[in-house]
Design a protein around this ligand. Structure first.
Ligand code: UT7
Length: 341
């Protein structure tokens, strides 16, 4: 597995005249249909498949997830989250000059979900594109937006993670269908004289593409291969714990800090045991971990901005605090972003 450093930015202390990016506002949206573990037990029982609330809670920490109605797509969820983030930042949609959307469940093959959200925000002209890094997608999107702001190519970016992962689930596979949900989160990231985003790292290792994937594709008007999610849960679990720890230390080292600076760990919300394991390795108390997986399930690229927005709106996360955002997912991809919020 590669352990190479990425070319992403480092900020140990602000440099006079330098340009940074900061999170100006956050937003999120969950489709109203809340599906509890008991609802999943009943749904699977219709096909003679056994599961239980106890198994799901004990192995994952998940108690409920939200599923979008069939007519609702990633762009609809992402638009609602984006509007909230724009309001929270105290700006207008017309002030946005870059849109990056992280999703593995786009509305269409093309155009990108980012372009559809741009259209629905009623703005034109600014660059808009999707990034596809599955559950690490938001970390990738935030890092790219930070780089474009630092370089002077953008001033105010809308960074969105949005998913309708329920569309990829095989409801006859109890090992995966109980884990995922739908939702969206967004941030407005704007240029600033102070960081903001302190340091970032991104990694991938395609050798592990087989342990988490949706192998199907579209060809000549048909679906070629299986279009549902496949996962070797134990292999993903082990790799996730290891790379999340390495990524956290990498961004801390780039910033010249240690883990004691972290007020809140906001990891990808896949499994409470992975999140607690990551905190333990960083010697952080479990109450420094923002947890929404219990209520949202795993919403892939949406999970980190959803958790961030919930923590901001609940008053957990306060201005002036330091946040460690971390993602891991299919690809295999992983990365981290250290933020002075
Ligand atoms: O977003 C990308 C990142 N994804 C992740 O981080 C997921 C990482 N992996 C995991 O979270 C865990 O591996 C799972 C939650 C997916 C599975 O937990 P586990 O402790 O690794 O369980 P297991 O796969 O070893 O399965 C244990 C048992 C098996 O039965 P046997 O073979 O011991 O008789 C499974 O068949 O649990 C059974 N099982 C279930 N039982 C009831 C699997 N799924 C279910 C279920 N209900 N839904």
């Amino acid at each position: 597995m590669s352990s190479g450093q990425t070319g992403t930015q480092t900020t140990s202390s602000p440099v006079a005249g330098a340009r940074y990016s900061r999170i100006a506002g956050t937003g999120s949206f969950l489709p109203p249909n809340r599906v509890t573990n008991e609802d999943m037990v009943a749904r699977l029982a219709q096909d003679g498949i056994e599961t239980s609330n106890d198994w799901i809670v004990e192995r994952t920490g998940i108690r409920a997830r939200h599923f979008a109605d069939p007519a609702v797509s990633s762009s609809h969820l992402g638009l609602a989250a984006a509007r909230q983030a724009i309001d929270a930042a105290g700006v207008q949609a017309s002030d946005i000059d870059l849109i990056i959307c992280a999703t593995s469940t786009p509305d269409m093959v093309f155009p990108s979900t980012a372009c559809l959200i741009q259209r629905d925000l009623g703005i034109q002209g600014c660059p808009a594109f999707d990034v596809q890094a599955v559950c690490s997608g938001f970390i990738y999107a935030l890092t790219v937006a930070d780089s474009l702001i630092r370089s002077g190519s953008a001033r105010r970016a809308l960074v969105i993670g949005t998913e309708v992962f329920s569309r990829l689930l095989d409801f006859k596979d109890r090992t995966t269908c109980v884990l995922f949900g739908d939702g969206a989160g967004a941030v407005v990231l704007e240029a600033s004289e102070q960081p903001g985003i302190v340091s970032t790292c991104l990694h991938a290792d395609g050798q592990f593409s087989h342990i988490l994937n949706v192998p199907g594709t579209i060809a000549c008007g048909s679906i070629l291969g299986d279009p549902t999610l496949k996962m070797d849960g134990q292999a993903v679990f082990k790799l996730a714990v290891s790379v999340l720890d390495k990524a956290a230390h990498e961004v801390l080292a780039k910033a010249g800090r240690d883990a004691s600076c972290i007020d809140w760990l906001i990891p990808h919300q896949a499994n409470l045991r992975i999140m607690q394991g990551t905190a333990k390795k960083l010697k952080l108390s479990p109450d420094k971990v923002v947890v929404t997986v219990d209520q949202h399930g795993n919403t892939s690229a949406a999970s980190i901005p959803l958790a961030l927005d919930h923590a901001v709106r609940s008053g957990q996360v306060q201005r002036g605090q330091t946040l460690m955002l971390e993602g891991v997912g299919g690809g295999f991809t992983w990365g981290a972003v250290l933020v002075d919020y």
